[in-house]
Every structure is written in structure tokens, then in C-alpha cells.
Design a protein around this ligand. Structure first.
Ligand code: FAD
Length: 401
């Protein structure tokens, strides 16, 4: 039994991993059902914006990169553009102060306009191998890692606008030490940024390797070698998936009362809405037990305010960089997940208890943010399940040798 009390895992202990492991199956089972509900499966987004940082080479030509939208008539009426445009929009004055210590321009992400973009049914677009790779994909990842250079923002953006390099410098060689650990004691906030991104990257890689197309045989299936190369041979990457799960769970736990009061009345079927709330309630209960991320230790020093602004700006850039992902299917999941993480960061670092009170702030989060938050947690939680399957595959392979 795990006796050490959880300490707020900015640096996670053995015990923290065990706690996540113990709750992992239950968490996944609830999320798996939740993301199939009408409220959570439709995501509205504009996937056809230009890359703001460099000239794109054009859309990815692979068949697997293509994506279809859903007809608006399939989307519950309440969420269609015509209905949404009638909803009272948030005040246009972005500095309007809402109850609690929170301003509307405190976002960590560039959110698409609520009435723009098309609807996608996320259950119909599995996150898996698409064949998108090479200089374009590498450039996007490298630019995202470079956003970690706090204090050098201007230079980074200038670099990102310059022509594509012929070969890519490995972000790991730049970011990691000889022993494979992270860069030496930079500030905590930079380490947290790196872990968040590396965990997301590892989770995406895990999905790609699990639902992999063998281009020789045309068959789909898990590719153990791919997983070993991209994730398992770098144990810290696996750890950061856990880190992201704990961070997301902490945000969901804090959002519990708000989620409970949220209007999911999306289908007109009372039973379905009750079921959505029940599943969400289960997820929030697990989150309260396992989401022990301690946000209070961040942004505390003398430069806290500046650092937080920089952190926010860098994360906003990450959400904008998604418009540079040339594969539309990858771009969709990139947007969902960076929006989901940005929403979690906003909850953790911008919102106090009063702000989070649903009676004081009924319209605190947009539907896109709530949908992205839960779907991102589901992606990460599924990665942990897949890791287990790869462990078994590995053991089977070792036993055969
Ligand atoms: P990449 O994954 O491109 O990594 C580039 C370099 O980063 C590696 O050489 C390594 O040094 C370093 N690195 C790798 N993992 C980590 C980590 N966890 N932490 C720190 N450093 C790391 N492809 C698909 O097939 N399906 C998708 O759904 C998909 N979604 C994508 C979404 C986004 C936002 C982006 C940017 C790319 C996506 N891709 C997707 C492409 C995919 O992520 C890889 O870029 C591609 O498969 C090529 O992989 P690679 O092995 O060359 O290394």
C-alpha cells in the first residue's frame, strides 16, 4: 500500500503514479462513454485558417489526413449556428471583470468564434496513424518546444517565420541533458511547460503507434517497435503523460460544481442528459481523489506576474501553431487537445473559487472549452490504457525469445 501522502505532484512521486494507475481503468471506462454523448462528441472549429507563422507547403496529400465534417442537421439544434448566434454573446469589452478575480482576456488559447467553423463528430475521427511526418510535422513540434524559451519570445517568432530548415535539429538534444533528464533547474514554470508539451507529444505518438497502418500489408494494428522507439525508450516521456493526466484531473476536480450545474440539455432526451451528468459526476469524483496537482506552488516568485503572462502568451502561440499542421485530421485533434490543456491551465491559474462558482458565473466557459477539456482527458486516459496493452505485448514478445 502507498503510505506516503501525495505531495502535490509537480514532481511526481512513485505514490502519485500508483494512484493514477489504480484509478485508470475506472476513469477510462467513464470517459469512454462520456465522449460518445451528443454534448461531447460534436466539436466546432475552423480547420482552414492559414498558418500565421510561415508559408505552408499545402495540405497533406495522404488519404488518411482527409476529414469529413458533419451535416449541421445532425447536430442537436441548440448548438447549430443559427441558435448560437441568438445566444447572448460574452461582452465584447474583453477587460470586463467577472465575479471573482477573473478577466475575459485571461485565456491561454485563441478560441475560435463560437459561430464560426464546421462541426466534426470526434467519435468518427479516431486519432491514429495518418502518415503525416517529415519536415512539416517536425517544424511544428520544434516550434512548440521553442516556445519554452521564456524571455526570448520575439526571437522565437522571428525564427519561426524564416524559411524552413533543411533538416531538423532534434529538440531533445537541445532540451535534454546527457543523462536524458530535463534541462538543469530552470524555473519550475519552464519545467512544467516542457512536461505538458512532452506528455502531449508522447500521448499523440502512443495513439499513432497503437492504431498504425502497416503500409506493406495494408493492415491496421499496434506497432510495438514504434512505441518503443518514440515513447518507451524515453521513460520520462511516459511519465509526462501521467503528469498531464494529473494536471487535467486537478482542473476537472476544481470545475466540479460548475460542471454539475452546466446545461447539457442538448438532445431533448431527458435520460441522455441524466446519463451525461452521471458519467461526468463519476469523472469528477475520480478527479477529486487523483488530481493532486498543486498549482499554488507556481507563479509565486518576485517575477511571478511577468512569468505568468509569458507562460500564457507562449501557450496561446501553441494553439495558433496548430493552424500550421498540414494534416487536417491531425490539426483537428491538435486543436482539441491544445484547447483542452489551455482550458485546464486557465482553470488552474486564473480562476479562484468565487470565479468558479456556477451561481456567480454561469457562462464562465464556452461549450468548446468544456468539450475540449473532457476529450483531452479522454485522449490521455486512453494513452494509459494503450500503454498497458503495449506492456503485455512486450512481455509476450520477451517470453517468446
Ligand atoms: P516526431 O514525433 O515528429 O518528433 C520529432 C522529434 O521530437 C523527435 O525526433 C524527438 O527527438 C522529439 N520527441 C519525440 N517525442 C517527444 C516527446 N514526447 N517529448 C520530447 N521530445 C520528443 N501523425 C499521425 O500519424 N497522426 C496524428 O494524429 C498526428 N497528429 C499530430 C498532431 C500534431 C499537433 C503534430 C505536430 C503532429 C501530428 N502527427 C500526427 C505527426 C506525428 O506527431 C509525428 O510528427 C510523425 O509521426 C513523425 O514522427 P517522428 O518519429 O519523426 O518524430
Amino acid at each position: 500500500e502507498c503510505r506516503t501522502p501525495p505531495t502535490g505532484p509537480i514532481e511526481m512521486t512513485h505514490c502519485d503514479y500508483e494512484q493514477v494507475e489504480t484509478a485508470s481503468d475506472d476513469l477510462f471506462a467513464n470517459l469512454q462513454e462520456l465522449v460518445k454523448t451528443p454534448f461531447f462528441k460534436y466539436f466546432q472549429v475552423d480547420l482552414y485558417r492559414d498558418c500565421p507563422f510561415w508559408e505552408e507547403n499545402g495540405a497533406c496529400g495522404n488519404r488518411e489526413c482527409a476529414i469529413t465534417t458533419v451535416d449541421e442537421s445532425d447536430v442537436p439544434e441548440k448548438w447549430r449556428a443559427a441558435a448560437l448566434s441568438q445566444i447572448e454573446q460574452p461582452p465584447s469589452d474583453k477587460r470586463t471583470r467577472l465575479p471573482g478575480c477573473y478577466y475575459r482576456d485571461s485565456d491561454f488559447c485563441f478560441l475560435d468564434d463560437m459561430t464560426e467553423g464546421e462541426y466534426f463528430d470526434l467519435t468518427q475521427v479516431p486519432e491514429r496513424f495518418t502518415g503525416y511526418s517529415g519536415p512539416s510535422a517536425h517544424r511544428v513540434w520544434r516550434t512548440i518546444y521553442e516556445e519554452n524559451c521564456f524571455g526570448l519570445s520575439e526571437m522565437n517568432l522571428m525564427k519561426a517565420k524564416s524559411p524552413a530548415p533543411i533538416s531538423m535539429a532534434d529538440p531533445m538534444t537541445e532540451a535534454l541533458h546527457d543523462d536524458g533528464s530535463e534541462p538543469p533547474a530552470q524555473c519550475l514554470e519552464k519545467r512544467v511547460y516542457y512536461k505538458i508539451i512532452s506528455g502531449l507529444h508522447a500521448s499523440i505518438s502512443t495513439h499513432i503507434c497503437y492504431d498504425y497502418l502497416n503500409q506493406k500489408t495494408g493492415e491496421w494494428g499496434p506497432n510495438l517497435q514504434c512505441f518503443i522507439e518514440r515513447v518507451a525508450s524515453h521513460p520520462e516521456r511516459l511519465q509526462y503523460i501521467y503528469f498531464d493526466v494529473v494536471l487535467m484531473l486537478r482542473a476537472v476536480a476544481r470545475l466540479g460544481p460548475y460542471l454539475d450545474a452546466y446545461d447539457y440539455c442538448s438532445t431533448g432526451t431527458h435520460e441522455e442528459d441524466v446519463e451525461t451528468k452521471r458519467l461526468l459526476g463519476n469523472v469528477v469524483d475520480i478527479a477529486k481523489d487523483v488530481g493532486k496537482f498543486d498549482e499554488s506552488v507556481l507563479f509565486r516568485g518576485e517575477n511571478a506576474k511577468v512569468l505568468k503572462e509569458e507562460f500564457k502568451n507562449h501557450f496561446r502561440n501553441v494553439t495558433r501553431i496548430m493552424d500550421c499542421v498540414e494534416c487536417h485530421k491531425c490539426r483537428l485533434w491538435g486543436k482539441v487537445q491544445t484547447t483542452g490543456i489551455a482550458t485546464a491551465l486557465k482553470i488552474l491559474f486564473e480562476m479562484d473559487e468565487k470565479t468558479l462558482d456556477p451561481r456567480a458565473n454561469a457562462n464562465l466557459l464556452s461549450r468548446s472549452e468544456v468539450v475540449a477539456l473532457i476529450n483531452t482527458l479522454h485522449r490521455l486516459s486512453e494513452s494509459l490504457e494503450v500503454v498497458d496493452i503495449f506492456r503485455t505485448l512486450w512481455n509476450d514478445t520477451s517470453a517468446e525469445d
